[in-house]
Design a protein around this ligand. Structure first.
Ligand code: B12
Length: 189
């Protein structure tokens, strides 16, 4: 085989190894600055980022995740209506066949100054795997995402589709020190 053939194919292999994540700001929320930062950051961290921008519905997140075989949906909410906008998100994912998709949410999730632990508990009960405050260290968030993808999708993390669940391993990830608690699949207990 010619050496130039190998070098031509290298970028193709690099792309194949990237996990796709969906990004967007949910509901009627138009705060766009953080969204752009998240896109740039997670791209630099090696993810293939599909950024849906602002004012994204639950259905739009889910359609994009299905179309791209994404491993995770990262939801932002800044304007205080996150609790309403995110209600039923996990159930809709399950209904549409996204049985294992990771759901992360972050930003100013509720109105006012509710202690973060309470906010976190609220969103975890709604089925989010991880919940982040606005001042989160994005580097730690990216590390958690990599760990969670590995734990949920296993060593074959780049292969199986969300709608092909048979025989797949772990549904939970290791504990971390990032101020968020264990990733868990609420439907799995
Ligand atoms: C700029 C701004 C606006 C601009 C937005 C312009 C634009 N194109 O983005 C305008 C003027 C349009 C606006 C409007 C409103 N705003 Co405004 N706005 C702000 C302001 C001053 C800055 C937001 C910003 O850009 N921050 C900088 C970015 C980098 O930070 P960020 O958005 O927080 O994102 C980071 C983190 O949150 C985190 N993150 C976010 N999502 C996720 C997800 C994951 C998974 C992870 C890991 C991390 C993560 O990472 C991001 C990158 O570092 C904030 C106050 C503030 N200091 O935050 C208020 C603020 C967000 N706005 C607020 C409000 C109330 C509104 C309005 C409802 C006001 C009104 N009554 O009309 C409207 C809502 C309009 C709408 N439909 O969305 C409130 C929200 C209050 C709440 N949640 O309790 C805030 C906090 C101001 C305040 N203290 O009251 N706003």
């Amino acid at each position: 085989m010619q050496p130039e053939n190998l070098s031509n194919r290298e970028p193709e292999f690099k792309n194949m190894e990237k996990d796709t994540i969906i990004l967007g700001v949910i509901g009627a929320d138009c705060h766009s600055v953080g969204n752009k930062i998240l896109e740039l950051f997670f791209t630099a961290e090696g993810f293939k980022v599909v950024n849906l921008g602002v004012m994204v519905s639950q259905q739009e997140f889910i359609n994009a995740a299905i179309e791209t075989n994404a491993k995770a949906i990262l939801v932002s909410s800044l304007y205080g209506h996150g609790e309403i906008d995110c209600q039923g998100f996990r159930d809709l994912c399950l209904e549409k066949g996204l049985d294992r998709i990771l759901l992360y949410v972050g930003g100013n999730l509720v109105v006012g100054k509710t202690p973060f632990e309470i906010v976190e508990e609220k969103f975890k009960k709604m089925g989010f795997d991880r919940v982040f405050p606005p001042d989160v260290d994005l580097k730690k968030a990216a590390e958690l995402l990599k760990q969670d993808i590995k734990a949920r999708f296993g060593s074959d993390s780049h292969g199986p589709r969300n709608d092909d669940q048979a025989g797949q391993p772990e549904k939970s990830s290791p504990e971390t020190d990032a101020g968020t608690s264990k990733a868990r699949n609420p439907k799995a207990g």
